[in-house]
Design a protein around this ligand. Structure first.
Ligand SMILES: CC(C)(COP(=O)(O)OP(=O)(O)OC[C@H]1O[C@@H](n2cnc3c(N)ncnc32)[C@H](O)[C@@H]1OP(=O)(O)O)[C@@H](O)C(=O)NCCC(=O)NCCS
Length: 226
């Protein structure tokens, strides 16, 4: 796999996620993912999802900003060092908030109930015995696509995971009709560890990356310490 060639704009900086970012990130997530999985559950649900990362000490969050520390949000990557316990803890601590957000989504569109059940049952698809940080989600503001934000976030997340002590990362993504995303991960140093099928019949690839990431995964900048 060749490394990404795109040189990102020098105006982009990376920081960790801040509480004030959450509403804009939820709206961005919905725009970026369209009808895909969590995005279907609506912005209130997505806000709880992102707040969950802010409220957990195992979280690994990286946000791209345009033009400086208080610039507009361009993208986000989130994950956790504690993949096996994170989602259970998230639900235990914030179940009432997810319940309200989920009920609002279900009243608006009863077809999302199946998605809701899937979301609350999700535990990270952690393979037994794999000690690795989970790269849970990443998206870029559609209006900012193609500027290199994705490259910086992918590499920034791996660097942040390394800094926080992870020796390996893993992520899962659809195997079918998802070539661009699969290529994207391969170009950032991830390789397929295994394949599996969800109870809903989705065929998935599970990728891992050894940390620190290889040096040939394209442009990167440091995540600013705040
Ligand atoms: C995937 C995604 C994060 C890429 O962000 P981006 O900022 O546009 O990416 P960059 O500008 O850094 O890099 C663009 C590269 O990604 C590839 N790319 C373009 N659209 C893509 C897409 N929809 N999915 C994956 N890769 C894509 C291009 O081939 C390009 O490669 P190049 O460097 O050789 O030109 C963004 O398209 C997105 O948020 N998609 C929706 C959410 C999603 O699918 N997230 C999971 C992916 S990890």
């Amino acid at each position: 796999m060749t490394a990404p060639s795109l040189e990102p704009s020098p105006d982009i900086i990376l920081t960790r996620m801040r509480p004030a970012d959450v509403p804009a990130l939820a709206a961005m997530h919905r725009r970026a993912f369209g009808g895909f999985f969590l995005a279907q559950l609506g912005e209130p649900f997505l806000r709880e999802f992102y707040r969950g990362f802010l409220s957990d000490s195992s979280s690994i969050t990286v946000v791209g900003r345009d033009g400086g520390a208080d610039g507009a949000l361009l993208g986000v990557a989130v994950g956790t060092l504690a993949s096996e316990s994170f989602y259970g803890r998230l639900l235990r601590r914030r179940w009432h908030r997810f319940a309200v957000a989920g009920a609002r989504a279900a009243i608006r569109d009863p077809r999302v109930v199946g998605r809701l059940i899937q979301a609350v049952r999700f535990r990270g698809d952690t393979p037994p015995g794999l000690d690795a940080a989970l790269f849970a989600s990443m998206c870029v503001e559609p209006a900012a696509a193609g500027r290199g934000v994705g490259h910086l976030l992918a590499n920034g997340w791996a660097d942040e995971a390394t800094r926080l002590g992870a020796e390996r990362g893993y992520l899962t993504t659809d195997r079918d009709d998802n070539d661009a995303v699969n290529r994207f991960h391969a170009r950032h140093g991830w390789h397929i560890e295994s394949q599996y099928q969800t109870p809903q019949g989705r065929r998935m690839n599970r990728y891992v990356i050894e940390l620190p990431r290889p040096g040939d995964t394209g442009p990167s900048i440091e995540v600013a310490r705040e």
